[in-house]
Ligand binder design. Structure first.
Ligand code: NAD
Ligand code: USQ
Length: 397
């Protein structure tokens, strides 16, 4: 297949592009490199030394003989350029990663809120609009988030996208219907993913677009089979207070002896998936498209749930690092249970990498190896959810 990977220079997009190229697909990365500019804005850099996208694709060709093409396009702002690209290249499938994905970054200021909404909602809508306009009948696979559900299970497992409900009619009958699980975002970023869901529902219904939405949990780890092949194919690894996700942050904190930054009591339970499994799931989704006229296909792309406190204790046990309980800069439940249905990917053959088997290797191989590149002052999470929350002070113990 010819596959367009929107946002293919990012943390999940890059290893996905390599994997799909290795499978023999003709891969085209479209990216505006905004993530690299945001690193510059924040004064941070990936823990792992990343080459330019052009250099990365050159090394991939050198190592494998395969070409990955790169196109510098802003999907949110260059509608006509993007539409022209689609009309010319007519991909068979499109994987859509091209959004601002950090919840803390989206809550930093009014400017960051506007940027996140404008970028994410426009990118998704431009894509759907251009697909209809050009008549490109591609299968669209979008990376969504578990955060669209909120994280409370109210005593029942979260279904894969749709909730079966019984609605009482005027004459006392009960009509059964599947509705989108009620959206309950916890940040401006997560809110944009809820808006994306409605855009997909509309375009699938109105124009028969074939859409798969992957409600993904927190991705941890760095390497995949393909990124290991050459030092210059390495994936990015964010550890800073905005883009670093919780487990990857704990790993690098442990490597440099920085007390593990647990927010509040650490009672928040979240869903997780290793980067290698994330890539496999996207491949499985591409192999199992919906038919035209089908409703949006939704998968829960996660393999385990953990409480933040338990993760910190596990990393602490493995490495001897202290745990610091800090005031929570976010507005979120102090504690929550989380049970999630994920049978669809398991039934398609996903055999998950568990935290227990993968964790130690990550600590040693990646975190310790590149610990010399860490700027300790960028570790604290300084973005507060509301004006009355005191942001964590930028302290280095
Ligand atoms: P990332 O920030 O590393 O990558 C996103 C890429 O999209 C970047 O290369 C960026 O330059 C590009 N991009 C952003 N806006 C664009 C635009 N308007 N036009 C063109 N390119 C644009 O993020 P990631 O961690 O790889 O996440 C990818 C997707 O997966 C995101 O949509 C995110 O919401 C979702 N997701 C990520 C995680 C996670 O833990 N990383 C978990 C669940 C879901
Ligand atoms: N947390 C800490 N300490 C830290 C960092 C985070 O205790 O140093 C806590 C947070 O308060 C939160 C939990 O860990 O309760 C998860 O935070 P996170 O930054 O790891 O994840 P989140 O903000 O939810 O966002 C990440 C990705 C996002 C994706 C989402 C999937 O950045 O793109 O959509 O995970 S999910 O969480 O399932 O919604």
């Amino acid at each position: 297949m010819k596959i367009a990977v929107l946002g293919g220079d990012g943390f999940v997009g890059w290893p996905t592009s390599l994997h799909l190229s290795e499978q023999g697909h003709d891969v085209h990365i479209l990216d505006n490199l905004s993530r690299r500019w945001i690193d510059t804005e924040l004064g941070v850099q990936s823990l792992t030394p990343m080459d330019s996208i052009q250099e990365r694709t050159r090394i991939w060709h050198q190592e494998t003989g395969r070409r990955i093409h790169f196109h510098l396009i802003d999907i949110a702002r260059d509608y006509d350029v993007f539409k022209g690209w689609l009309a010319e290249h007519k991909p068979d499938a499109i994987v859509h990663f091209a959004e601002q994905r950090a919840a803390p970054y989206s809550m930093k200021s009014d400017r960051h809120k506007n940027y996140t909404v404008n970028n994410n909602v426009n990118a998704t809508h431009n894509l759907l609009n251009a697909m209809v306009e050009t008549g490109v009948d591609a299968h669209l696979v979008h990376l969504g988030t578990m955060g669209v559900y909120g994280y409370s299970t109210v005593g029942a497992a979260i279904p894969e996208g749709y909730l079966p409900v019984g609605i009482e009619t005027m004459d006392g009958q009960t009509v059964k219907q599947d509705i989108l699980y009620p959206a309950n975002p916890g940040s401006i970023y997560h809110m944009t993913k809820c808006l994306d869901q409605l855009l997909f529902q509309f375009y699938a219904k109105n124009d028969g677009l074939r859409v798969t939405d992957l409600h993904q949990g927190i991705v941890w780890g760095t390497h995949t089979e393909q990124t290991r092949r050459h030092e210059q194919l390495i994936n990015r690894f964010d550890y800073d207070g905005d883009y670093g996700t919780v487990l990857n942050r704990f790993l690098i904190q442990a490597a440099i002896g920085f007390p593990l930054t647990v927010h509040g009591t650490g009672g928040q339970t979240r869903a997780f998936i290793h980067i290698q499994d994330s890539v496999r799931c996207i491949d499985l989704a591409l192999q199992n498209p919906p038919e035209a006229g089908d409703k949006v296909k939704i998968f829960n792309q996660m393999t385990e749930t953990h409480r933040v406190k338990d993760l910190a204790e596990l990393v602490s046990r493995l490495t001897g690092t202290d745990v610091a309980y800090l005031p929570n800069p976010r507005k979120e439940a102090a504690e929550n249970d989380l049970v999630v249905h994920n049978e669809q990917f398991l039934s398609l053959g996903l055999n998950p990498i568990t935290l227990e088997e993968g964790l130690l290797e990550e600590v040693v191989e990646v975190a310790r190896k590149y610990a010399y590149r860490v700027d300790r002052s960028r570790i604290p999470a300084v973005s507060a959810w509301t004006k009355d929350i005191e942001p964590t002070i930028n302290r280095d113990p």
